[in-house]
Write a protein that binds this ligand. Structure first.
Ligand code: EPU
Length: 346
């Protein structure tokens, strides 16, 4: 057997920095080991596939097999005068991948700079920021079916992308291991700078129509660094809640009661509400509950002040959810996935 199974402290392998431990852990770095991976997995009640650990709430002790994806490599799949298709292995660090694409002149991912995590995790929650979502740049992906031991190719339609959601979020946990993801970079790149934070950025304003992708990349990095805590300094998982989508009637009702409500109209008459605004208005910004709290500059981000466990973060999330539901009548859904023994039952 080539794959080594060990015990592993996961505290430094999740960006929230929650205290967690895996009783069975292995690192996967080559697709040559996929078949063996499936064989090994049969000995465990469940499997959890871990990327950069930036979107997970890990229970203190995990009995499932934790597979840490560390496969690397970036290559051109095809090139025409219209587009370049590039594939990256799942273990590539997302931000480094975005930066190396720009260095090659492959523009299109610059708005997604500095999102934590790996390439393989990016399609799972269809990452998005500053007016761009992954599915707009996605070509296809290759996935290993752990159960049937098959490599399959999936198109965007197969992945069923929507706001922070995809087929993989609803699928049987641990069954699908994303091997590599392919992106389409158009030669006639168009900047996306209509998000308010970008519109107001002085460098982008000055550049106007001749703005370069590298300038957008730099602006996004600067904005994110200002607003969002660095997980190496203060544990966090980015936005902890999704922005809830409500009907036009529900929106009008809340807006009448809270005129300052921040919301974005969606196709079909629905509205996406800024969850950060709701949580902020409810007075949670900067508040602490034991070792965890709400970030002082961005109410959507929950932080670990040190030594927290999944229980601490879930208690805080529940308190916020209940308060927001009481005040506004809106249900907040969590972004990070809870990883615990319940994996077995789902
Ligand atoms: N707001 C407040 N108080 C706060 C936070 C936000 O009033 O504490 C208001 C802001 O003033 C603004 C509105 O809420 O009017 C929206 O805030 P922001 O532009 O910061 O974006 P967001 O909706 O909070 C989303 C994504 C982020 C992404 C940014 C930029 C979700 C759940 N979050 O945040 O994604 O970086 O837009 O596109 O969709 C992530 O998913 O981890 C993440 C960081």
């Amino acid at each position: 057997m080539l794959l080594q199974i060990t015990h592993q402290d996961l505290t430094s392998l999740n960006t929230l920095g929650l205290r967690a431990y895996a009783n069975a852990f292995l690192r996967y770095d080559s697709h040559a080991h996929l078949s063996e991976l499936s064989d090994v997995a049969c000995d465990y009640p469940a499997v959890f596939i871990l990327g950069g650990g930036s979107n997970v709430v890990l229970a203190p002790a995990l009995d499932c097999l934790v597979i840490k994806v560390e496969s690397r490599g970036i290559a051109i799949v095809s090139e025409t005068d219209r587009e370049v298709i590039v594939e990256a292995y799942a273990g590539e660090v997302w931000h480094d991948f975005v930066a190396s694409c720009l260095a090659q002149g492959w523009n299109g991912l610059e708005n997604l700079a500095l999102i934590p995590g790996t390439v393989g995790a990016a399609p799972v929650q269809n990452i998005g920021a500053y007016g761009v979502e992954l599915d707009q740049r996605f070509h296809s992906l290759v996935v290993w079916d752990m159960a049937t031991k098959q490599l399959l190719e999936m198109s965007a339609a197969d992945c069923q992308f929507s706001y922070r959601n995809s087929f993989f979020k609803r699928a049987e946990p641990g069954r699908w291991l994303i091997v590599k993801v392919r992106f389409s970079f158009k030669r006639d790149w168009q900047p996306v700078i209509d998000y308010p934070d970008l519109q107001q950025h002085p460098v982008l304003q000055k550049a106007g129509a001749s703005v370069m992708a590298s300038q957008i990349f730099d602006a996004v990095c600067e904005i994110r660094r200002k607003k969002l805590p660095d997980s190496s300094v203060m544990g966090n998982a980015g936005s902890f809640f999704k922005n809830p989508v409500v009907s036009g009637d529900v929106f009008s009702d809340i807006k009448a009661r809270f005129p300052g409500l921040v919301a974005y109209p969606q196709a079909g008459g629905d509205y996406k509400l800024a969850a950060g605004w709701l949580i902020d208005q409810a007075g949670w910004k900067g508040r602490r509950l034991g070792p965890v709290g709400v970030h002082e500059r961005q109410a959507l981000v929950l932080v670990n002040h040190g030594g927290a466990t999944a229980h601490d973060i879930e208690s805080l999330a529940d308190a916020i959810r209940i308060d927001v539901a009481d005040r506004f009548g809106v249900r907040l859904d969590q972004e990070p996935v809870i990883v615990d023994d319940r994996l077995r039952d789902t």
